[in-house]
Design a protein around this ligand. Structure first.
Ligand SMILES: [Zn+2]
Length: 67
């Protein structure tokens, strides 16, 4: 069984999160992450296993259907 980890948005759980590419090289600047879905931007992201990503998204959005 393989478990691949992916980055997801800490706000909405979307997998459409990406880092900003800085045009400045040679400077140590913190990465900023942007979410395409909720427009989150910030220095943190959530890393989860692929199998857990959908469940996380549901929990964040209050869609969890488990009793
Ligand atoms: Zn988001």
């Amino acid at each position: 069984m393989t478990s691949k980890k992916i980055r997801v948005c800490p706000r909405c759980g979307s997998q459409r999160i990406h880092t900003a590419k800085s045009a400045v090289s040679g400077w140590l600047v913190p990465d900023t992450y942007y979410c395409d879905d909720c427009k989150y931007s910030g220095p943190v992201y959530v890393e989860v296993e692929v199998d857990d990503a959908e469940q996380l998204r549901k929990v964040i959005n209050g869609e969890a259907s488990e009793a």
